[in-house]
Each structure stands twice: as structure tokens, then as C-alpha cells.
Design a protein around this ligand. Sequence first.
Ligand code: SAM
Ligand code: SF4
Length: 320
Amino acid sequence: MQDLMGRSIDYLRVSVTDRCNLRCVYCMPPEGIPLLPRQDLLSFEEIERVCICAAKLGITKLKLTGGEPLTRQGLPDLARRLRAIPGIQQITITTNGVLLKEYAQDLAHAGIEIVNISLDSFNPSQFFKITRRDCFPQVLNGISAALSAGLQVRINCVPSYASDREDLLSIAKLAKDSPIDVRFIEEMPIGQGHMGTGLSSQALRSLLVSRYGPLKPTGKKGNGPAVYETLEGFTGRIGFISAVTEKFCHCCNRIRLTSSGFLKLCLDSDQGLDLRQLLRDGIGNEELVSLMKEAITHKPEGHQFGAHHPLPGSMAQIGG
Ligand code: SAM
Ligand code: SF4
């Protein structure tokens, strides 16, 4: 469907939990975030109903996210159910990779095609500093398991201004020898993220060019805002998600379902619809579709990062 700005909305990010087994510095405080009582998380049945209604409104692509989605028991089963919804053409997942070795095969069998794995450092001690957990080997094993299971792998890296530049180049190099896309995401002022702490896409481009030669545009886009470019001799692509320095709200195609069942229309706005309440009050699908349609029509124009204080909460609650 289209919103009032004429944007075509076809992508829903579904956060299945606010729990996480890491504590990334830009996402959560060391002690973690206050967790929702379990009964406040949408059940799989409720998530499925929302996705059925979303599909009726033209959503064709779903992303499972969190918190850490693989900490929610039975996730491959949910993926299988969502993939079977008429109109849903693609399901992907964003994970920190810690539990991926265990689940990669099941996810592939469930119909997941693409797995985004977050990795901000290729150096175990730096990885520990960023995530506050000693899980680097598990993530590497997760990446290998995903490739072996035939999943398309994308690495998501949120580079900090303070990141070691050789470390960032090592992450980019993953795209050299393997069919992996490496995407650099600008840090956003959400959760524990701040304006100005993250490295800009422009700074990264310069760094990559100084080591690997010119970046060439591919002219191809992913499901959303990533701009993909290639480097000579690289198998995979390099993607840039420049939410802060190259605002892309005018072509935003996404909405979000938080783990508590709130239909969130923009990362930087608390405008939306409490679907959990509606579902638990016994609303029928037809009325649900109609209320969702009305809400999505009024999706906010765009973010105002930097113009006001960050909204409270964490990406782990919203789903990134
Ligand atoms: N736990 C999973 C993971 O880390 O991939 C999924 C949820 S996480 C919230 C989704 C994505 O949001 C990750 O790639 C993470 O790096 C990113 N993220 C979290 N906080 C961010 C921030 N303040 N700015 C930019 N990206 C952020
Ligand atoms: Fe957990 Fe993902 Fe947030 Fe890191 S970015 S703390 S892995 S939810």
C-alpha cells in the first residue's frame, strides 16, 4: 500500500523478543534494559495474525529481529508459518550470530533466504569491549554454519569513530573472499547510540578506497536503504546505510512490529498502533486490516535525528 507521501510500504520488521544475549554499547546499558513480562510479548499466533493482515495490505517481505531473535524458542517454526502466508515472498532474519550455528540449518529449511549477522569487530578483545560478552568464536562459527546451510549472508557493522581502522578493513575483507555482503550502518541516536559517535559512510568510503581501490556503484538496492558498491576483486558487495548523513526517509518502505505488539511507523517517532491490545480485545481480521491501513497511511514524513532528544528505549525493543 501507499502512505500519504506516496511511499510504497512493502516491508515489515518483526521484533520477536526484547531479550538479548549481548550488550552492545550503542544499543543497551551494561545491565541490559528492563524486560517486558513474558505475557506482554506477542505470542506466535498473534504475530502470525498481524503478518496475515499486513500481507493483505501489500507487505511482501518480513524481517525477524529482536532483541536477539534466536533466543526466542521455536523461532524456525514461526519463520515457517510466516513464510506460508499468502503474499509473503521473502523472510530474512537479523541476528548477532551467537546461536546461529545451532539454528542455521533449521532456518534454511523454514524458508529463510538471507541472514544478516551483526559484527562490529574482527578482533576478539575489541568484540568483547563492544558487546560486553566473550562470544566472538560463536559468531564466527555462526557465519560458517549459515554459509554451509546455503543462506545468503550479510554482515552488519556499526562502526564507531573510535574503531580501529585495520579492524574495519578486516570486516570489509570478508566480502573479498566469500559471497558475503558487508554493510556499514551509521550509528543512530537511539538506545545508547549518539549523534557523532559513529563513523560516517563518507569516512568509511575513503578508508576502503585507500586500501582496496575505487568503489563502483552496482545500481542495485536491497530491501531497503542500503546502497551497494563493489571493490575490484571482491566476491561480495559493500553496502552503506547512511541513516544520519544521507537521510533516506523519502523512500522509506518499512514499518515495524515491536515485541510488545506496537505497530511502529518510524524509528524516530512513537506514532503507531497498539495491536496487542486490539488482538487481546478480540478484534476480527477485517477490522484489524482497516485500522492498520489507516495508521500506515499516516506514516511520519521522516526522522529528526539530532533535532530533539533521542526517544527513550533501545533498538532491542524496536528491532533495529
Ligand atoms: N540482536 C540482533 C542483532 O544485533 O543483529 C537483532 C536486533 S539489533 C537491534 C538490529 C540491528 O540494529 C543490529 O545490526 C544492530 O547493530 C543495530 N543497532 C542497534 N542499535 C543501533 C544504533 N543506535 N544505531 C545503529 N544501529 C543500531
Ligand atoms: Fe543485542 Fe542486537 Fe542490541 Fe547487540 S544490537 S545488544 S546483539 S539487540
